[in-house]
Design a protein. Structure first.
Length: 278
């Protein structure tokens, strides 16, 4: 999922617009251009830029109601954007969340952590006026619906220990029970949260794998400990996939899941055709 615009400052958004415009002019692109950005510590980095269409094109076309590929093709034949009536940026008054679909359940033992290579086999869209519900819809469409009750298992790396208590409290306030490995459980207990400490896989039973297989865990939050993940982490993540348990491997997606669940519990959701949004 791409960060929603309101999480980025106007300055960062303008920076990306300027970069895109400058690169398109310098490369003399006529038609479509694919740019991938990364933002760290308030600095915008260009990962890659290619003078071609990308899988994002049909997504954006649906989100704004304009056939970008068709317009680009006409521009390549000599038409101008002014002639085509497409000269202003379109910013919808609703949210469009893109979620990738991965075939991890077909590859037993394969860790679900992402790396630079392409692994997704498709993408889905969640649309709604509420960001939380739009995100929840994207999870439903990808086959990983968010639970509205039950138990959340949380195990995060040391890098995320400082922010995990606030996240866990959010789920606790939503009515979920909390389970964690000993390290994360100690952090949560220190902040006054009621949490069940689950032994590591080699320390005893029932462990996390047992709870997943018995459907006693309904959502997994597990951030990797580093580029070389521990064996326990891989087993937990792959077992979550096999048991069809929703799993979040970043703090950002975990927070989005909490907001999605909160929105669903408060307002529910409705479905309507794409055309009614445009």
């Amino acid at each position: 999922m791409v960060l929603p615009p309101h999480t980025l400052s106007a300055e960062l958004m303008d920076t990306m617009r300027r970069y895109s415009d400058a690169m398109a002019r310098e490369l003399k692109v006529t038609g479509l251009m694919n740019v991938q950005y990364a933002i760290k510590d308030g600095i915008v980095y260009v990962l890659e830029v290619n003078p071609r269409a990308s899988r994002t094109v049909p997504f954006v076309s649906k989100a704004i109601g304009r056939p970008l590929a068709k317009l680009a093709a006409k521009v390549m034949t000599g038409k101008t954007l002014k002639e085509l009536g497409f000269t202003e940026e379109i910013i919808p008054d609703y949210w469009a969340v893109k979620e990738s679909v991965f075939p991890f359940n077909r590859f037993h033992g394969q860790d679900i952590l992402l790396s630079p290579e392409m692994k997704s086999t498709g993408e889905v869209m969640g649309l709604d006026n509420d960001l939380g519900i739009a995100y929840a819809k994207s999870q439903m469409a990808s086959g990983s619906s968010l639970p509205l009750e039950g138990r959340v298992f949380i195990s995060v790396s040391d890098a995320h220990k400082e922010e995990v208590a606030a996240l866990a409290k959010r789920f606790s306030d939503l009515g979920f029970k909390l389970s964690s490995t000993t390290g994360t459980a100690a952090v949560l207990a220190k902040d006054g949260l009621e949490v069940e400490s689950v032994p590591k896989l080699a320390e005893g039973r029932p462990n996390t794998l047992d709870l997943l297989k018995n459907n006693e865990i309904h959502l997994v939050i597990n951030t990797p400990s580093g580029q070389t993940p521990r064996a326990d982490e891989i087993k937990i993540r792959t077992t979550a996939v096999y048991t069809n348990t929703p799993i979040m491997t970043t703090m950002g997606s975990a927070k989005a899941a909490a907001e999605g669940i909160a929105a669903l519990k408060q307002n529910g959701y409705a479905v309507k055709p794409l055309q009614e949004f445009l």
